[in-house]
Design a protein around this ligand. Structure first.
Ligand SMILES: CCCCCCCC/C=C\CCCCCCCC(=O)SCCNC(=O)CCNC(=O)[C@H](O)C(C)(C)COP(=O)(O)OP(=O)(O)OC[C@H]1O[C@@H](n2cnc3c(N)ncnc32)[C@H](O)[C@@H]1OP(=O)(O)O
Length: 262
């Protein structure tokens, strides 16, 4: 019974996890150019573009949290527009073509029952949510959107820290900053190498982040060595003139067994 379910999950996971998962999501996250304008996209060899909505059990469709909402301040919106406008650009003929960046959609649960399910009760499984997307009130905790640049092997995240993330009075909790760094570097490593887990994260906190402010996390690939992907990350203010935090992370490629609790 458990083996059958694990096989079903593994089959489903293999359809979406890692690069394939990101490719599918990225493709559906931005408005597709019309047929006649359709550019030659580097991933156009992936024949059928399915949305998460069309995927069979065990996947659910839910709100994409990385789209603008009423809680976003002017800095958050401006930076979102800055990168989003580079996801799809105009050609000289007035058509559309893919730009350098891709926005990554973000759900509070993209893979059901994949969290070491044999150890957790069904109640816990059904209530499990992605940590950074578990607060429903817009703007209260982690508001963020990530963009990746395949060619430059870079990833940026625009992050607005809400009032529930207080650490020192009026400033963001170091654990919340670490959470965002882990999420962005982990997502970038997944994009580059497929499914991974964080093995090591080194963080230097250089200057405190005011609560409610928007910051930019810039993440790049340092090197790949076998199963190991090394990524670094800087957290700065929105114009890059002030360094808040810097970090390096090691991500180790994993198999389905790691995710399924085997
Ligand atoms: C994660 C899912 C990805 C898919 C998701 C797709 C959907 C996206 C949706 C939403 C995105 C949200 C994104 C959030 C991202 C958050 C990520 C996390 O926070 S993960 C939780 C915290 N991390 C753990 O709990 C790991 C616990 N540790 C382990 O499980 C193991 O230690 C593991 C898997 C990391 C490695 O164990 P081994 O047995 O597979 O491999 P060994 O042989 O120990 O290590 C392999 C190589 O790495 C080095 N290594 C391992 N750990 C190291 C360390 N701490 N420091 C230095 N080197 C280390 C070793 O020396 C070895 O190197 P040599 O091949 O010999 O050169």
């Amino acid at each position: 019974m458990i083996r059958i379910r694990a096989q079903q999950i593994a089959r489903g996971l293999s359809q979406i996890i890692g690069r394939e998962f990101l490719k599918e999501n990225i493709k559906t996250s931005i408005k597709q150019p019309t047929q006649s304008q359709s550019p030659q996209h580097p991933w156009s060899s992936v024949s059928s573009v399915r949305t998460i909505a069309m995927l069979p059990w065990p996947f659910s469709q839910s709100r994409d949290f990385s789209l603008p909402n009423s809680s976003w301040g002017s800095d958050m919106r401006r930076l979102y527009e800055h990168y989003n406008s580079q996801c799809e650009v105009e050609t000289e003929e007035g058509g559309k073509k893919w730009g350098a960046w891709r926005r990554l959609p973000s759900y509070n649960r993209s893979i059901k029952f994949a969290t070491g399910g044999v150890y957790l009760s069904k109640i816990i499984q059904s209530k499990a949510r992605l940590f950074t997307r578990s607060v429903k009130e817009p703007g209260a905790a982690f508001e963020y959107v990530m963009f990746v640049n395949k060619e430059e092997e870079k990833c940026v995240c625009v992050f607005q820290a809400g009032h529930l993330l207080e650490g020192p009075p009026g400033h963001v909790h170091g654990g919340a900053i670490a959470t965002m760094i882990d999420s962005v570097t982990g997502t970038h490593a997944t994009y580059l190498s497929g499914p991974v887990m964080t093995a090591n994260l080194n963080i230097n906190y250089r200057s405190p982040i005011p609560l409610g402010s928007t910051v930019l996390l810039t993440c790049s690939l340092d090197k790949k060595e076998g199963r190991k992907t090394f990524v670094s990350c800087q957290v700065t203010n929105t114009d890059g003139s002030k360094l808040h935090t810097e970090a390096t992370g090691l991500f180790v490629s994993i198999t389905m067994g790691n995710l399924l609790g085997g």
